[in-house]
Design a protein around this ligand. Structure first.
Ligand code: ASP
Ligand code: MG
Length: 407
């Protein structure tokens, strides 16, 4: 017997027919003798619709009332699943965020879970009843309904699994696992049987998002074993685990790409102390998140070039901020290019293997792809290239690291 939290996303809950499919999956776990609690999302598109109503009502909707409105989507699916389970002969009861309660901070619309009271869920489990819990919602100390930020149901599920000391948190979604890269670009991408928390976080930060990032951080902290599976197939999913549990891992878990950055180069910046602070200070004050940074070595003329990337949507703002700071930075000119992309290879194996980056640089050079900037972390190497080569670069790297599935 295992104790399992099952979480179903919006596409899995979209309509009574699909909810019947969900109920059948829950019933299967119950029939196998497991203890089950279920966390649900709103029907696909429903939260967007509710957010839209709030905006229509007032562009500056009070966050407390926004939460009252947008939390409603999950209330509906939780009740519907409980009804459907009962119809299938499974004892079930819904427990809303305020009823358990799920304690959160008071940061309405972006609240953080602070604790989950498990009394009712444990009592339900002991009585052979499935507790159905709406994701995304909680209760503040002031006694008001809160929500966790978009995609927050994943975090609700992990938090409940941690509080219940569940053996597993199974997250059913519309993809059937985590792949070595985007299968739309590389048809021979493979589904990973296992991936570590750290790799999941790095992949999410460079564009490959399957779970809400916060849910992965929480799973890592609480050591919750998370499994990503499809609601629409019985294929085995991907298990997200601790590094120690992933002994047979490969060097590289995946290759990701991100088209959301733009490149800025400041030409002819004085090569004196304080200049980098003069550049990045004003950008930080404008809440612009700089990612990659390259500073060239001065060639003895007393000036140098600094290249960095900013979110593509913030390029115009960045250029404006830099122009205003021109007097203090004293650059000769500014160049920018939005047609760039960041390609990253991620793998915990890098910690103990040399030469991972070189493989990347060689593979790209062989195809004549120029590298414009590089950043690395303990388990990631990212390069900035021209956007027109994204697909080629991803394919070439996928092959270079031996990730292609057997034909
Ligand atoms: N329904 C919420 C959203 O769409 C939460 C979730 O599905 O995770 O963001
Ligand atoms: Mg989701």
């Amino acid at each position: 017997m295992a104790r399992i939290v099952m979480k179903f996303g919006g596409t899995s809950m979209a309509g009574t027919e699909r909810i019947r499919g969900v109920a059948a999956r829950v019933k299967r776990e119950i029939d196998a003798g497991n203890e089950v609690a279920v966390v649900v999302s709103a029907m696909a598109g429903e939260t967007d619709r509710l957010v839209g109503f709030c905006r229509e009502a007032s562009p500056l909707a009070d966050a407390r009332e926004y939460d009252v409105v947008v939390a409603a989507g999950e209330q509906i699916t939780a009740g519907l699943l409980a009804i459907t389970l009962q119809g299938a002969g499974v004892k079930a009861r819904s427990w809303l965020g305020w009823q358990l309660p799920i304690h959160t901070s008071a940061a309405h619309s972006v609240a953080r879970i602070e604790g989950v009271d498990t009394e009712h869920v444990l009592a339900a489990m002991a009585a052979g009843e499935v507790a159905v819990v709406p994701g995304f919602q909680g209760l503040s100390d002031a006694g008001r309904v809160t929500t966790l930020g978009r995609g927050g149901s994943d975090t609700s599920a992990v938090a409940l699994a941690a509080a219940l000391k569940a053996d597993r948190c199974d997250i059913y979604t519309d993809v059937d696992g985590v792949y070595t890269t985007d299968p739309r670009i590389v048809p021979r991408a493979r589904k990973l049987a296992r991936i570590t928390y750290e790799e999941m976080l790095e992949l999410a930060s460079v564009g490959a998002k399957v779970l809400q990032t916060r849910s992965v951080e929480l799973a890592m902290k609480e050591k919750v074993r998370v499994q990503v599976l499809s609601s629409f197939s019985d294929a085995p999913g991907t298990l997200v685990v601790d590094e120690d549990e992933d002994m047979e891992r490969e060097l590289i878990a995946g290759v990701a790409y991100d088209r959301n950055e733009a490149k800025v180069t400041l030409v002819g910046v004085p090569d004196v102390p304080g200049v980098v602070a003069a550049i990045f200070g004003p950008l930080a004050e404008a809440n612009i998140n700089v990612d990659m940074i390259v500073q060239n070595i001065a060639k003895g003329e007393g000036s140098t070039d600094v290249t960095f990337t900013v979110p593509r949507t913030q390029l115009p703002l960045s250029l404006d901020v830099l122009e205003k700071a021109r007097g203090t930075i004293q650059f000769a000119k500014v160049l920018s290019d939005a047609a760039v992309a960041k390609i990253s290879v991620v793998g915990v194996g890098m910690k103990s293997h040399a030469g991972v980056a070189v493989t990347m640089f060689k593979a790209l050079a062989d195809r004549g792809i120029n590298i414009q900037a590089i950043t690395t972390s303990e388990i990631k190497v990212s390069v900035l290239i021209s956007e027109e080569y994204v697909e080629l670069a991803v394919r070439v790297l996928h092959t270079a690291y031996g990730l292609d599935a057997a034909a």
